[in-house]
Write a protein that binds this ligand. Structure first.
Ligand code: ADP
Ligand code: ASP
Ligand code: MG
Length: 444
């Protein structure tokens, strides 16, 4: 079997849903499971409705809901080319459920993370309903599943952790792929053991795709998006970034973790466990092969660049660190207590610097860290990562990086124990230029 995942821009309107169905149709002999995101912009709109309603602007929320309703009804009419009442009434029912939720939020003027997940889940539920109806209208045999019955998560709403073992079991028990039947499920959404709707975090549909793929032993997971694959840099920053043909799992995971938005950071893990190749392809140009992510790649040297903004650097200076054991572990225990994840670390005899990208809860954590030394906090920082295999094998690599960035003040450097990542921390305002400079040095 094969998993085909489509992002929001790939299902943005009827014309694009038809392209998606063309791709799925061609794959019918390989027993496809199609995983889809919400139509482009819908998740943002639903979040904005929930927040307007919580702030007492219920009318604004309902107005936005009405335009979302019209967009889906219009797409449905175009896809079906006639008024097919069952799908229309199913759409109206989902929209009416959202309306009730919005009204409830307006009444209590509060939107908890759990309620927010209930609201945003409708994006994927609506889009998959449309795709399923469009497939049936073409005469394809379709089965639409509700991912909440299969993707089991914890209760960290808005950013829930998928509990892989029960999830794999539920998927295997409940879903059987068949040649010439198009199975469809929602990306991004899941449910707790109590059946409460949850989501896997923004961009989480890619992760859903490899979860389904790993459970069903897919021969391949294809991630269809709006670019030709994983590119040598973020194309919004480097317009001439070009497609990378093959990446290893660790390279792709590193790029995703350090900011290449094209795949969600958790996507690779389920694929690695089962050795499933993941390809990233362009829905607008299906004739292109895209990027193939697989167990190993023979290519050495820098493959691509990635950046993550909104980083905070925390530095603790303390002479007590000198020759002391247990110092670092006490510091990391503070981060653990506040559930703050530390990404990069650099130490000297008397100081330790760390990057975090989640500034929530930082205040109280900093308060505790001050027991161990003087604490300096720098916000608006960014990480720029160069990813590739055996980076250090080429003796000129480091020289080229630092010579090209001679004018950029660097805050921290992480040489990456894995030998596939050199990460540089700098101010957010210099990172785009630095990315273009390094792209020029290594790829142009
Ligand atoms: P989808 O809705 O299909 O999931 P996303 O918007 O989440 O799509 O991801 C695709 C986008 O990721 C691209 O349009 C591009 O702007 C951005 N992007 C960032 N870094 C990269 C990269 N290295 N390669 C390709 N795309 C990237
Ligand atoms: N629709 C969700 C989002 O916009 C999930 C996804 O697209 O992957 O974040
Ligand atoms: Mg995405």
């Amino acid at each position: 079997m094969i998993v085909l995942k489509f992002g929001g821009t790939s299902v943005r309107n009827a014309e694009w849903i038809n392209r998606v169905l063309d791709i799925a149709h061609a794959e019918l002999p390989r027993s496809p499971l199609l995983v889809s995101s919400a139509m482009a912009g819908v998740t943002d709109d639903l979040l904005s409705m929930a927040s307007s309603a919580a702030q007492g602007r219920g009318e604004d929320a309902l107005q936005l809901l009405e335009s979302m309703r019209q967009r889906h009804i219009q797409t449905c009419s175009e896809l079906l080319d006639r008024h097919e009442s069952a799908t229309h009434s199913a759409l109206e029912q989902l929209i009416s459920d959202v309306r009730h939720l919005i009204q409830g939020i307006s009444l209590v003027r509060e939107c908890t993370p759990r309620t927010q997940d209930a609201v945003v889940s409708f994006g994927e539920r609506l889009s998959t309903l449309l795709i399923a109806a469009g497939g049936e209208a073409r005469g394809i045999q379709v089965r639409l599943f509700d991912s909440r019955e299969f993707v089991r998560t914890d209760d960290q709403f808005t950013n829930a952790t998928c509990l892989l073992e029960p999830t794999y079991r539920l998927i295997r028990e409940g879903i059987t792929p068949h040649p010439h039947t198009l199975l469809i499920a929602q990306g991004f959404i899941g449910a707790t053991a109590d059946g409460v709707t949850s989501t896997l975090g923004r961009g989480g549909s890619d992760f859903s795709a490899t979860i389904f793929g790993a459970a069903l032993q897919a021969e391949e997971v294809q991630i269809w998006t709006d670019v030709d694959g994983i590119l040598t840099a973020d194309p919004r920053i480097v317009s001439i970034a070009r497609q990378v043909e093959v990446l290893s799992y660790p390279e792709a995971a590193e790029l995703a973790f350090f900011g290449a938005k094209v795949v969600h950071p958790f996507t690779i893990q389920p694929a690695v466990e089962r050795g499933i190749p993941v390809t990233v392809r362009n829905t607008g140009r299906p004739e292109q092969a895209g990027t193939r992510i697989q167990a190993a790649s023979e290519v050495h040297g820098v493959r691509a660049l990635a950046t993550r903004k909104g980083i905070t650097v925390i530095t603790i200076h303390s002479s007590r660190m000198l020759n002391a054991y247990g110092f670092l572990s006490r510091i990391f225990a503070v981060f653990e207590r506040y559930r703050i994840s530390v990404d990069l670390v650099a130490t000297s005899e008397v100081s330790v610097s760390m990057t975090v990208d989640n500034a929530v809860n930082l205040g109280p954590a900093i308060g505790e860290l001050e027991n161990y030394g003087s604490v300096q906090v720098e916000t608006h920082q960014a990480i720029l990562s160069l990813v590739g295999r055996n980076l250090w094998r080429d003796p000129s690599f480091v020289t080229r990086v630092f010579t090209s960035l001679a004018d950029v003040p660097l805050r921290m450097i992480s040489l990456g124990s894995s030998d596939i990542n050199l990460s540089l921390v700098m101010s957010e305002s210099s990172v785009d230029t630095a990315m273009r400079t390094l792209h020029g040095e290594f790829f142009e």
